[in-house]
Design a protein around this ligand. Structure first.
Ligand SMILES: Nc1ncnc2c1ncn2[C@@H]1O[C@H](COP(=O)(O)OP(=O)(O)OP(=O)(O)O)[C@@H](O)[C@H]1O
Ligand SMILES: CC(C)(CO)[C@@H](O)C(=O)NCCC(=O)O
Length: 445
């Protein structure tokens, strides 16, 4: 942001400053501290926390969002995110599938789906929960989730960073697999690693195209999981920052899906079966991690993200005021707008290593640079196709406040409030979820 001239934007954030310039309010710091402590855990604590949270506030909007959602005639009934796992329920995130014909088969046969991407492997698999979770805990959902025998079918979500661990995990949980069974698979690794997967697990592989998987996944989650999508409001307090945006099944389409993985895919989605990958960019999550590991001592994504949350980008970015001495009013560019990302890091003409910058400031600048760029690109594609809602998916987002704030700000700023930025609870699992559901994938054996 900062290189396109837009005069008098109508709806920016309340005080009109770019999101990265206001200091984190004290209340919010508590959340970050909580996150810092948890980031040492092996699982994905930030996402799991949200997935399992029951406290997000749901709001209705004038743009056609309803609460609770009314399912369309032929839509699958609602799945429900469970706030707190009951006894014997898994510790990892899951949703319970409604007890209906479409899912009945998963009571008897396990289904496993993997999305093997350029950085992460995401797994979605079914399991049956034996214990009696009280129906009251599924309040507000007028569906049955238990079969006559009291059992419920769960869909579980888990991510891996390496293939050997994935295979070991699948051998452990998928004990009833037989040679005729199939593993559902998507992502680049469904080609690259197909032989090793089939050999190690002794099953056939059914491949679903990556884009088709994303669309199937987002369609299923939006149309059946009432509390799937939400907006982010940085200036609100505490849990009010996150607001559910359930949407009626007949109003879901069209929308833009911006999937931020290692790289970025941008899809214009007109219906579950009519979509087009209209754009892409190599400046995505892989760029943040790659440059972050070159420029900071962070050892993994969580550390880098946590560093970014502590940093002050103004020490490394050149702002408009660094160049103009104040705002550039003629163009409506505020004094504190980033004019050049990392432009203060230039050491040409100076003694080697004279100027040093804090890694957290660099991490913050990097996160803003990548997120601002994605936000502006998303806005441009949204405008080009006249779309009013942009859903952001992919594991890069991690429901991180800086990332979501920057994306939302960019969309709101450039579209003058006309386009809405939306996030998804199962952001990183769209592809795995879609391939889990696909009955028509191509068989490899
Ligand atoms: N724990 C983590 N480890 C590694 N990367 C993470 C982690 N958490 C978030 N990320 C971010 O998620 C990105 C990967 O996202 P995702 O899993 O959606 O994409 P992918 O499927 O691996 O890539 P692609 O779709 O481009 O093939 C990483 O590049 C990184 O920015
Ligand atoms: C190559 C894929 C589709 C693999 O998931 C993804 O990383 C991506 O969309 N990269 C961006 C490629 C582009 O510039 O269009």
């Amino acid at each position: 942001m900062g290189h396109t001239s837009v005069t008098s934007p109508r709806r920016i954030s309340p005080r009109g400053s770019p999101p990265h310039l206001r200091r984190t309010p004290p209340k919010f710091r508590k959340v970050l501290v909580l996150k810092e402590k948890r980031s040492a855990e092996p699982e994905n604590p930030v996402m799991d926390e949200l997935l399992l949270s029951s406290k997000l506030k749901r709001v209705d909007s004038a743009t056609g969002c309803v609460s609770p959602r009314v399912p369309a005639g032929d839509a699958l009934p609602s799945a429900v995110s469970v706030p707190r796992p009951a006894q014997k329920a898994p510790k990892t995130p899951y949703v319970i599938l409604p007890a209906c014909d479409a899912f009945e088969k998963f009571r008897k046969i396990s289904r496993v789906s993997v999305d093997i991407g350029g950085t992460l492997i995401k797994v979605v698999y079914s399991s049956v929960m034996d214990d009696e979770l009280p129906e009251e805990s599924l309040n507000g959902h007028a569906r049955k989730y238990a079969y006559e025998d009291g059992k419920r079918v769960l869909v579980n979500f888990k991510k891996f960073t390496d293939l050997d661990r994935l295979i070991a995990f699948l051998k452990e949980i998928w004990t009833d697999r037989k040679s005729g069974d199939v593993i559902h698979c998507t992502g680049g690794g469904s080609y690259k690693y197909s032989e090793i997967i089939m050999k190690e697990l002794g099953v056939r592989l059914q491949r679903t195209d990556e884009m088709r998987s994303l669309i199937f996944g987002v369609n299923f989650l939006l149309s059946t999981n009432v509390d799937e999508s939400f907006t982010y409001h940085h200036d609100a307090i505490g849990i009010n920052k996150f607001q559910y945006r359930p949407i009626a099944a007949d109003l879901i389409y069209p929308f833009l899906l911006v999937n931020i993985g290692t790289g970025i895919s941008i899809l214009k989605v007109d219906s579950p079966t009519s979509y087009e990958r209209v754009g892409g960019s190599s400046m995505g999550g892989g760029t943040f991690m790659g440059l972050g590991s070159l420029l900071t001592p962070a050892q993994n994504f969580d550390e880098l993200l946590e560093m970014a949350n502590r940093g002050d980008h103004r020490n490394v970015d050149k702002l408009v005021c660094d160049i103009y001495g104040g705002a550039y009013d003629e163009l409506g560019l505020k004094a504190d707008l980033i004019a050049g990302s990392m432009a203060k890091c230039n050491r040409f003409g100076e003694a080697p290593m004279k100027q040093t910058h804090k890694p957290e400031d660099i991490a913050k600048s990097l996160l803003l640079m990548v997120s601002n760029n994605i936000g502006q690109m998303a806005y441009l594609y949204g405008t080009r196709y006249n779309l009013k809602r942009i859903y952001f998916g992919g594991y890069f987002i991690r429901q991180d406040p800086i990332t979501m704030r920057t994306l939302s700000f960019a969309i709101n700023y450039w579209s003058k409030g006309e386009i809405e930025a939306l996030y998804l609870k199962h952001e990183g699992y769209l592809g795995a979820m879609g391939s889990f559901l696909d009955e028509d994938g191509k068989l490899d054996d």
